[in-house]
Design a protein around this ligand. Structure first.
Ligand code: UT7
Length: 329
């Protein structure tokens, strides 16, 4: 059998930092409000380069750490809401620049749930037996769709990329054990980028309305996000007979510290078991989960029980139960 195992993790974040104080000079807000409502203190901003730049850097980091040759990768699954161009796939650009000469690859988009949806997808590709080294990558340059005159959204987002290597194993004990995705499609108007697609192509008039930037009814999304993230985390625990004591790590999408706290409370676990880095990066959309795993990798032990969970526009949400497969290297 080809059981899907995560064998490495890579990431990249840009050097430039945008602090809450910096944002307070752009819109009517302040550090105290942002920290207390979101947990975010600063975020990284990629200047003058596209999303693919961060994606290539994250892959280079992954290949180096796992001692893998770029030509040995046979599949790149890239999830992003801020691809370089509408056409071609950002995956094509990334494969070219990262030297993935023997891979096939593609982009898909599932808003902030992309990485967790991608775990389900990568799991199935791996189990098909046709792919031996799969990279699942989430990357977003959220600053490219953020309106820095809108205080409802500009405090939230940052730029980063993260990825994992997934390989088949004969041992069913470790790897991506279980996944569950959900959509209820009830939030189409509450979190979106209205213009720039086929419904409202960009014109000079639509540009002037700023509707090519991300828009969010924060309070409405918040209520659904708390429920979706917590529900799917508990769903994964119950279905896999994981208790608050045997759960080692929650890996939550980093959209708001209060949503993360609510998820943790529903799961009944201590804060020390939750990967949190929202204070440094904000919401990097498809990069949050791999970036968190990357930062905590040194604390992960073989056999640890991880549950990753995410919630995003649409609405959609999902969870993945991962049995970690290696000790710190
Ligand atoms: O990743 C995808 C999913 N996204 C999420 O999960 C995000 C979910 N939503 C949230 O995280 C929160 O709703 C926000 C952080 C976006 C907003 O926090 P909130 O506690 O829900 O605030 P609110 O939108 O209800 O606004 C409360 C007040 C309003 O003022 P009034 O109408 O009560 O006078 C806002 O105008 O806070 C005001 N406000 C701000 N004040 C200072 C909104 N943004 C700001 C700001 N600084 N940046």
């Amino acid at each position: 059998m080809n059981f899907p195992v995560i064998t490495g993790v890579g990431a990249y974040y840009p050097e430039d930092i945008l602090t809450n104080d910096d944002i307070s000079k752009m819109v009517e807000t302040n550090d105290e409000w942002i920290v207390s409502r979101t947990g975010i203190r600063e975020r990284r901003i990629l200047k003058d380069k596209p999303t693919s730049y961060m994606a290539v850097k994250a892959i280079e980091n992954l290949l180096e750490k796992t001692n893998t040759k770029p030509e040995d990768i046979d599949l790149l699954i890239l999830t992003s809401v801020t691809g370089d161009r509408p056409v071609p796939c950002t995956a094509n650009i990334v494969m070219d620049r990262a030297g993935l000469t023997n891979a096939y690859g593609f982009d898909f988009q599932a808003a902030c749930s992309g990485f967790v949806f991608g775990l389900e997808m990568a799991k199935n590709y791996c189990m098909s037996g046709r792919y031996k080294k799969i990279i699942l990558l989430g990357a977003d340059k959220m600053s490219s769709i953020t309106n820095y005159e809108d205080r409802n959204t500009c405090i939230l987002f940052g730029d980063a990329a993260g990825c994992v290597l997934i390989e088949p194993s004969e041992d069913p004990t470790y790897g991506i054990i279980d996944t569950q995705m959900h959509c209820d499609n009830s939030g189409l108007e509450n979190l979106n980028v209205k213009n720039g697609g086929s419904e409202f192509p960009l014109t000079l008039e639509t540009l002037a309305e700023n509707r090519h930037y991300i828009y969010q009814e924060g309070a409405k999304v918040f209520v659904k996000a708390v429920k979706g993230m917590a529900d799917v985390c508990v769903e994964m625990m119950e279905r896999n007979q994981i208790t608050k004591d045997t759960l080692d790590w929650i890996v939550p999408h980093q959209a708001n510290k209060r949503i993360i706290d609510a998820t943790r409370e529903r799961a009944g676990v201590d804060e020390s078991k939750v990967m949190i880095n929202i204070q440094k990066y904000g919401n990097t959309t498809n990069a949050t989960i791999p970036l968190a795993i990357w930062e905590y990798e040194g604390q992960l032990k073989k056999g640890d029980n991880l549950i990753a969970c995410a919630f995003g526009a649409g609405y959609n949400w999902g969870g993945a139960y991962i049995k970690w497969a290696y000790d710190p290297k």
